[in-house]
Design a protein around this ligand. Sequence first.
Ligand SMILES: [Fe+2]
Length: 314
Amino acid sequence: MELKISPIAHKEFGAVVRGINLKTLTDQQFSEIRSAFLQFGFLVFPGQFLTDQENIRFGSRFGKLEFGALPIANQTKHEDGSYGEVISIKTQRMRTNIGNEAWHTDSTYWPLSSKCAMLSAVTVPDQGGETELADMRAGYAALDSETQQRVATLSAYHSTQFSQANDIADFPEQKQGTIYHGEAYLRPLVKVHPETGIKSLFLGRHAFAIPGLDRQESRALLNSLVEFVVSQPSRVYTHEWQEGDTLFWDNRVLLHRARPYDYSKPRTMIATRVAGDLSELAYYPEDSRAEAGRQALATELALLRQETQGKMFA
Ligand SMILES: [Fe+2]
């Protein structure tokens, strides 16, 4: 078996990796995969069929895990590891899954945003349920210089209470220790990749309220930047899942989203997330900067409560 890394045709990013078994990876193979990951932004590993432990082991090679082998599923998981009945779309878990059908990068609503995401397909529906990825490096590089200069000094707050409310009129109970914790973290719109030095946009569905811009300007700019990134087919990749596939991507430079499917059909992924390094740290809730984020979020949620009356989950 020989390791083969094939760039995805007609795309500015991404590669498919064959001729490798992630269960028995050598250090030499890992070093080639790591370089390809940094270069291409995401890697597809078809037909790996990794167990929970094997997902955790591979993810851990990239750094400390935020979490390992968590089911992202519309099915309940039994104690023996098997999956059971399909859960209702009214549950908070499904609302969170459906919210993630809008473009985002993971964990920007925590003090430390994520470094890498890993998904392995256990059960996939016949139709829909794809994962799409978009390249914010190529998006940034394609911006005109005036826009590049404009965004260079701007930051936005990130909160998944904002994105749930804004995207699907979902207002989960605010509670410390959950992802709906009431904090919003300020992050620059332009990120310099800590390992490659390449600049990219850094935004998505969790981003709102750019300080210095009024609400309409801020919304318009954030929306237009995401739309710009995904406007070129060469910057967007759609992964049509086959059971056993593993998809691994760099959350520091890519947007991603889940695609809809018939929610009465089972769809189960094993998700592992590698935590960011210091370069992904905004600040902690104890920091004096945190209060402004809390207030920005409270103000925004109050407005969204009025504006989303009668929408999806309201
Ligand atoms: Fe995600």
